[in-house]
Structures are given as C-alpha cells and as structure tokens.
Write a protein that binds this ligand. Structure first.
Ligand SMILES: *Cc1c(COP(=O)(O)O)cnc(C)c1O
Length: 383
C-alpha cells in the first residue's frame, strides 16, 4: 500500500488504504462479500486472507485509513463502538484491576463497566476529569487504565489529554481516549500521549447515520496484537458492506467537520442572543470552563451544542417537539441535524444519580444543512 503518512488529512482520508484495485483497476475499494479465500496449496494464502472474521480486504482498507487519520501504526474496526470498548477493556484488564472513568462517561460505556466488568472483578471509579487532582487521588496500586472522553456528553466538558496522559503513565496505567465527539479531524490524542484512541464510527467518522461501527487505533504493537487476537477470537467484526459505508463516509470527513463547526458556531451565536435561552454549552465559547484546553488540543470546536431553556423541563420538551429541520432523535454526528432532551432520552438512566442532567437541558447535533435554515428553525421553536 502507498505510504500516505506525509500527506494532509483530507488526502489521507481519500487515499490511505485505498489504492485502486490491482486486479480490476476499480478506483473504489470493492465490497469483498466473501467469508473465505482460496488457498494455493495448504497454508498458501494469496494476500494474507484466510477467513473473514480474521481479516477481510474491505475491512483492512478501512483499518489502514483509520490508523492514518489518527496518526497511529495500527487500526482495528469493530461491529460497534461498544464492541471496540469491550475489546479494549478485555485486552487491558484482568480480575482485580481498577479503571478510572469519567463521571459523565457515555452511558453505554458506564453500563458495560458497571454491570458487566464488575462481575468479573474489575473495579472502577468515576471522576470529574476536569479536576486533575481528583484523578490523581483516584489512582490505586491496581489502576490499569485511565479512560477518558473529551468533549463529554451532553455538557461538553473538556479534559486535558496531554496532562492526563502524564498522570496515567506515572501511575503505570494505560491511557485511552474515546475521541468520538471530536473525530480524528478535530483532535488526535495519540500525538498528545494517549496509548489507544477509540471511535464509535457510527457518529462523525461514518457521518451519514447509515451504519453502526467502532474502531481502536494504537501505535503500541503489543496492544494491537491483543486487540487483533480478541477481534478474531471474540469476533465483534463489521461486515464488508459496513466497512465500505464507513470508508465512503470518511472521504468527506474534513469538509463535513469544517461545516459542522461553522454551523455550530452560528447556532451558538443565535442561542446566546435568544431571550428564552439561559445558558449555552459549547467549547468554542470563551466563557466555557474548558475553552483554553479545547483551543490547545482541538482544531475546531465540533458540531455538538447543548443549552438550557428558561421555564424548565416543560419548555425544553416544547422546543424539542417544535423544530422541523432538527429531527427529534438520539445519536449524533450525521449530516442531518438532530435535537434531543437528554434528561428524558439519552441520559434518562442517570435520573436520581450524581450524573443526573438538568431537566431544562436540550442537546443538538448540528448538521451540515444551510446555517440560516438551522438558525431560523431553532429560533422559531424557541419563540
Ligand atoms: C455512541 C457512542 C459510543 C458507542 O458506540 P456505538 O457505535 O453506539 O456502539 C461510545 N462512545 C461515545 C462517546 C458515543 O457517542
């Protein structure tokens, strides 16, 4: 495969792992819908492929591209973000180990660690990642992993990746960054000291709300070998069509993230001006508590915006029911704009816990439609 390491981001997105097909000249990587591969004599693999759980050429193209986008040596694709999360944790933790996680972790990540890994003797401590002293204080002799997300969901808290990498490594722990909310265009945690980057490629990487997938990227050969062992051994692999759809989405990641960020900035400005909005959460705002760190480690500020509506839950629910372009739905990161009420939808399970989100909170995933239309739609719903 062509070495694309020296190219810019958009060039890598379009070419890494995606040389024209050597047998047909097909410019686009084919969907290799096959479970097995003919061998030239026993053990005579033609291109290293023997069975599609172990490896598939469409998936291999996606994996090479994902690694190139994060600046890592190895990429592994999975059937979902949770499949990638499960694989990463099983590669790095054994019974008796301890993990530090964000106190506002993605709900599925928290559920897996709290409900499944705890049964296998793996302990965890949720911590506010913006408080580095609290993270240091949570470290135990058996802490094997510090797992972070930045920005977080739905309050868009920002964690200092480089600083937390140091904390993890001085504790002898591995440092994992779930980079789903930023995407590899906006933020590259491996360059800042992370050992592993995780993506739910369902979101910005795929970008079109048409496929569920996950990825792990690392430059650590030994860790990647373990990820590969579990990818094959446990089998949470994407099919070739899923890999192809994701690869197709990736080609436009740079232009999409630029437009998501432009539109989110315009939506943020309009929300700040609206008399019914009492607070706006966006890392691009100078008064956001994580703004300085975000400006240091993010190329743009992304497409996710949350805000508080005056009048409490009732008014927040009213806004969610009145938009026409912003579709009422969970998930994020697609070209189309979405709106949701975290308290009743994505974060309903946090009710009554320390992680409970405000009842007057609304979250939007700002799409790449015309900005004026998005601003008009939200403003009309608020009026
Ligand atoms: C969606 C999401 C996941 C889980 O990914 P799936 O593809 O839905 O399994 C993990 N982390 C974050 C931050 C997410 O938004």
């Amino acid at each position: 495969m062509t070495d694309t390491g020296h190219y810019g981001f958009a060039t890598r997105a379009i070419h890494a792992g995606q040389d024209p097909d050597p047998t047909t000249g097909s410019v686009i990587v084919p969907i290799h819908a096959t479970s097995t591969y003919a061998q030239d004599g026993v053990g005579g693999l033609r291109n290293g492929f023997e069975y599609s759980r172990t490896g598939n050429p469409t998936r291999a193209a996606l994996e090479e591209c994902l690694a190139a986008l994060e600046g890592g040596r190895h990429g592994r694709a999975f059937s979902s973000g949770m499949g990638a999360t499960d694989t990463a944790l099983r590669a790095m933790c054994r019974p008796g180990d301890h993990i530090i996680i964000p106190n506002d972790a993605y709900g599925g990540t928290f559920r897996l660690i709290d409900k499944v890994f705890s049964q296998w003797g793996i302990e965890h401590t949720p911590v506010a990642l913006s408080d580095v002293d609290a993270v240091r204080a949570a470290v135990r002799p058996n802490t094997k992993v510090i797992w972070i997300e930045t920005p977080t969901n739905p309050l868009l808290n920002v964690a200092d990746i480089a600083l937390l990498a140091q904390v993890a490594h001085s504790a002898g722990a591995r440092f994992v960054v779930d980079n789903t909310f930023a995407s590899p265009y906006i933020q590259n945690p491996l360059e800042l000291g992370a050992d592993v980057v995780l993506h739910s490629t369902t979101k910005y990487v795929g970008g079109h709300s048409d496929v569920v997938g996950g990825a792990l990227i690392t430059s650590d050969d030994e860790l990647d070998a373990q990820f590969g062992f579990l990818q094959n051994g446990a089998g949470a692999v994407p099919g070739p069509f899923d890999a192809w759809l994701t690869l197709r989405g990736i080609k436009t990641l740079e232009v999409r993230m630029e437009k998501h960020s432009d539109n989110a900035e315009k939506v943020t400005e309009a929300l700040l001006r609206h008399p019914k909005v009492s607070h706006v959460y966006y890392p691009g705002l100078p008064d956001h508590p994580g703004h300085e760190i975000a400006a240091k480690q993010m190329r743009r500020f992304g497409g996710m915006v949350s805000f508080l509506v005056k009048g409490g839950e009732e008014e927040a629910l009213r806004v969610c029911s009145r938009t026409k372009l912003f579709t009422l739905a969970e998930s994020l990161g697609g070209v189309e704009s979405l709106i949701e009420h975290p308290g009743r939808m994505t974060h309903a399970s946090t009710a009554g816990s320390l992680l409970q989100v405000p009842a007057d909170l609304v979250r939007v995933s700002v799409g790449i439609e015309s900005a004026d239309d998005l601003v008009a739609d939200l403003t009309a719903a608020l009026d």
